[in-house]
Design a protein around this ligand. Structure first.
Ligand code: COS
Length: 395
């Protein structure tokens, strides 16, 4: 969680972004195709980002972070995603995994964990989703946590956990009281060394292949009671507040993918000749590029405005987080698809980056809440939530 008033000036933000552009050009872009092909987490780039203080940007200075604004943070994610979507998740998921502690943690918990995450010494992950509990995150959760003395004992399985296999610490959501629906869910800080924590199957994915997505199994996993975040039952609200601040990071990733694909397609269209002139000068392609550019800039305005609202802890943040993730995810998909079209047969070849970008774009319409969930969140702000007659709740 970035501090409300940033410690980073606009001059410093410009310097950070220049540094990131240099790193991306020299170190990230040349590795992007290989990272995708091998499907391996790029530990070298994680180290590079850690040494360059990029992981600490959104964390408050008092916990070892840079105390940067959310606006700076989303711009950094965007810059990395222009070249390599998987690598941009190194920055974005560190924030996602740390947010439950920043939002729901005690001073002691923050002091204990955030400095190690801000420096990049440790990697964080966020474990909400289960096989039967994706969009309906509260209603269908099956992972249980039972208090036994000074410990909680966790049992259950989480799936689709980004960086779950490389994380040192995972914020895990589990049911502590099944009679209370969303208000019976609690959040825990779980270290990978806690007994009963196991990494399960790794997914084979369409895109973001350098970012490991795994199953996590909790078999009588013992978590010290001190690692409960907030009170028992506070977990779902923490999970939702986290998503309000992490969806803009995913929107920034989507924006970066789209901007990277547009850039590549526009350059190609300037060079590639057909019927005696560059294809970009022909109306069919030129107008496509014009629409792509307009969509990218529209998404950018929403992402940056939402990041500003994150910095202010604005009361309508949920709405803006959902809108920017919805728009940027759809723009990433449409712009990368059109970029492949601009390149024609070459666009369909893995030798050109737009093929990877199109595969990477798809996930931004799915994770951190599907586009349908974003629309649900947005429409509820307009017309309210449906509560069935009778007891007023299905739970
Ligand atoms: N901030 C704070 N509190 C919130 C909140 C938010 N953004 N959103 C919901 N809550 C609170 C509600 O106010 C409600 O509190 P009370 O019981 O005190 O009234 C409680 O949380 C339950 O909320 P709600 O009734 O809206 O829950 P629903 O089950 O109807 O649906 C959705 C919530 C669908 C919005 C939620 O489940 C969701 O976002 N699902 C998608 C999950 C997701 O993005 N998964 C991706 C994987 S994580 S990378």
């Amino acid at each position: 969680m970035a501090v409300a008033s940033s410690h980073v000036s606009s001059d410093e933000e410009a310097m950070i972004l220049e540094l990131v552009r240099d790193l991306v050009r020299e170190k990230v872009a040349p590795r992007a195709a290989e990272i995708d092909e091998k499907g391996e987490f790029p530990f070298d780039l994680k180290e590079l980002f850690a040494q360059s203080d990029l992981l600490g940007i959104p964390f408050p200075a008092e916990y070892g972070g840079l105390g940067g604004s959310f606006v700076t943070y989303v711009k950094v994610v965007e810059e990395i995603a222009k070249a390599c979507a998987a690598s941009s998740l190194i920055v974005a998921v560190q924030e996602l995994g740390a947010l439950p502690i920043l939002i729901g943690g005690t001073e002691e918990q923050k002091q204990s964990y955030i400095p190690r995450l801000a420096s990049g010494e440790w990697i964080a992950a966020y474990a909400l989703t289960e096989a039967g509990s994706g969009s309906d995150a509260a209603g269908s959760m099956r992972t249980r946590a039972e208090r036994k003395g000074d410990k909680y004992v966790l049992n259950g399985t989480k799936i689709w956990i980004t960086h779950g296999s490389v994380a040192d610490v995972v914020c895990v959501f589990a049911v502590t009281d099944s009679s209370k629906g969303a208000n019976g869910i609690s959040a825990f800080i779980v270290e990978k060394t806690f007994p009963g924590f196991q990494v399960g199957k790794k997914e084979k994915k369409m895109g973001i292949r350098g970012s490991p997505t795994v199953e996590l199994n909790f078999e009588n996993c013992e978590v010290p009671a001190d690692n409960l975040l907030g009170n028992e039952g506070a977990g779902f609200k923490i999970a939702m507040k986290v998503l309000d601040k992490s969806r803009p990071g995913i929107a920034a990733q989507a924006l970066g993918i789209a901007a990277g694909a547009l850039d590549y397609a526009a350059n190609y269209a300037k060079e590639r000749m057909a019927f005696g002139k560059p294809i970009g000068q022909q109306q069919g392609v030129g107008f496509m590029l014009a629409d792509m550019k307009t969509e990218v800039e529209a998404a950018r305005l929403l992402v940056y405005e939402c990041a500003r609202k994150c910095d202010e802890d604005a009361p309508d943040l949920s709405l803006w987080a959902a809108m920017c993730k919805l728009k940027a995810g759809d723009v990433a998909m449409s712009v990368t698809t059109d970029a492949v079209q601009v390149l024609g047969g070459f666009g369909y070849s893995a030798e050109y980056p737009v093929e990877r970008m199109m595969r990477d774009a798809k996930i931004t319409q799915i994770y951190e809440g599907t586009q349908q969930i974003q629309r649900l969140v947005i429409s509820r702000t307009l017309v309210g939530k449906w509560t069935p007659p009778g007891n007023g709740s299905r739970k």
